[in-house]
Write a protein that binds this ligand. Structure first.
Ligand code: PMP
Length: 445
């Protein structure tokens, strides 16, 4: 069956399939952190729908709530009209929002992907300020639609020709993200962060810098696709100070980091920073497509019709989202992610002592990365070794052969990324490390 399904997919779908090529699994059933394929094999899922499944596959609370909604006769789709399910979702979301946004933010439901919410955030920032420029960071990933792609960098992360079309007509200035292992200034993350924030301050306060004051700065607190790169808290606080003092909006993209993933409910909370516009998708819909922005009510300048779309909210996504938001809070799954992530990172650091291809282990909570390097390559001034993209790709295949699904990311696709569901058990965490250890030995053999 597996061969049949993969073969038909190969013939019917675009050659641009990505996960299907690197992870040739045909999932049939799934529960928690495990996926069983059409070949009868069970895999540990450290991808969890690119981080959407905070509660794992088919969590009984989610499937139960979905069944109840389906049996109740509720309309599946009502555009942006209010339903009891939507009301329950917004009630739950509002109390979970960070800082000043809690209980008082305005919400705008967007078309259902992360990239749609990024587009909405940027458009709102431009409309509310009357300015057009946006500042983003190197290594960022904000999505694949033209506007969001223009904010992402390098070009590989914008996909196809998206980076060269009309999207680039919007003035985007890219500043260096404080990437400690490969710091563009040859400095560590803290020092690099200070310089990154100072560059922003100079840019905003020096009228000769060119394009004039931008509408907003957009950032990820931990870059996901960029290779699980963490911006230091001091950097984030500086960016918040500089943007506030210069009347520039701060958009934080928590599409991947939100809902407990990094060990806090929202990644920005650890530094005590609240954005003017928070972007969320992925886990907020409990595995169903949902995306929205939450923002300072002072920015609520749109009129009816200014930003619409057919699929702006869907009853089942609201139901799955509401129960997910509540369960993550009530079962303290962010704390669990912090603890379990610490254990996995410690295990990976153990492995790094034996396996010189692991250059650095990083991440927060259950957003985990390992920078894969060429141990025979020449070290730079920070002692960092060159990326090892081929090794990384062979390691991903070896992991799959050992029953472990994971992804790569980073500047040259040489960062191993783990995004397991927050409900991963201690035994499963051990198993992830054991399988990874075996796969490393397989590839190095
Ligand atoms: N922003 C971030 C930080 C992301 O990680 C992603 C997806 N990986 C997106 C935006 C885009 O989300 P989507 O793929 O749902 O469009």
């Amino acid at each position: 069956l597996r061969a049949q399904l993969l073969d038909r997919q190969e013939r019917r779908e675009s050659a641009a399939r990505t996960y299907a090529r690197t992870l040739p699994v045909a999932p049939v059933t799934a529960l928690g952190a495990e996926v069983t394929g059409a070949d009868g094999r069970t895999y540990l899922d450290c991808l969890s729908g690119a981080g959407t499944l905070a509660l794992g596959h088919n969590h009984p609370a989610v499937t139960g709530a979905l069944r109840t909604a389906l049996d109740s006769g509720a309309p599946l789709h009502t555009l942006d009209m209010i339903t009891p399910q939507k009301d329950a979702f917004t009630t739950e979301l509002l109390v979970r929002l960070p800082g000043d946004l809690r209980d008082r933010a305005k919400l705008h439901f967007c078309s259902p992907a992360g990239t749609d919410a990024v587009e909405a955030a940027v458009k709102l920032a431009r409309d509310a300020t009357g300015r057009t420029g946006i500042v983003s960071f190197t290594g960022a990933y904000h999505g694949m639609t033209l506007g969001a792609a223009a904010l992402s960098g390098p070009s590989r992360m914008r996909g196809g020709s998206a980076g060269t079309g009309p999207a680039d007509a919007q003035p985007v200035t890219r500043l260096p993200y404080p990437y400690g292992y490969r710091c563009p200034f040859g400095l560590g993350a803290e020092e690099g962060g200070r310089l990154s924030a100072r560059l922003l301050e100079n840019y905003l306060t020096d009228p000769s810098s060119g394009v004039g004051t931008p509408a907003a700065v957009i950032l990820e607190v931990v870059q996901g696709e960029g290779g699980v790169v963490e911006g230091p808290d001091s950097w984030l606080r500086e960016i918040r100070r500089v943007t506030a003092e210069n009347n520039v909006l701060l958009i934080i993209d928590e599409v991947q980091t939100g809902i407990g993933r990094t060990g806090d409910y929202w990644a920005c909370e650890r530094a005590g920073v609240t954005p003017d516009i928070l972007v969320t998708s992925k886990a907020v819909g409990g595995g169903l497509p949902l995306a929205l922005i939450a923002y300072d009510p002072a920015l609520d300048t749109w009129r009816p019709g200014d930003h619409t779309g057919t699929f702006r909210g869907n009853t089942l996504a609201m139901v799955a989202g509401e129960i997910t938001l509540r369960t993550v809070a009530e079962e303290q799954l962010a704390e669990r992610a912090a603890k379990l992530g610490g254990t996995i990172r410690a295990g990976l650091r153990e492995l790094a002592r034996e396996h010189r291809h692991i250059g650095e282990v990083r991440g927060r909570g259950l957003m985990i990365g390992a920078e894969l390097v060429d141990p025979e390559g020449e070290a730079d001034e920070l002692g960092s070794l060159p990326a090892a993209p081929e090794f990384a790709s062979r390691l991903r295949a070896a992991c799959l052969a050992r029953g472990l699904m994971l992804e790569l990311g980073g500047r040259r696709d040489s960062v191993l990324r783990l995004l397991p569901p927050l409900v991963l058990s201690d035994e499963q965490a051990d198993s992830v490390l054991n399988r990874l250890s075996d796969a490393l030995a397989d590839v190095e053999r």
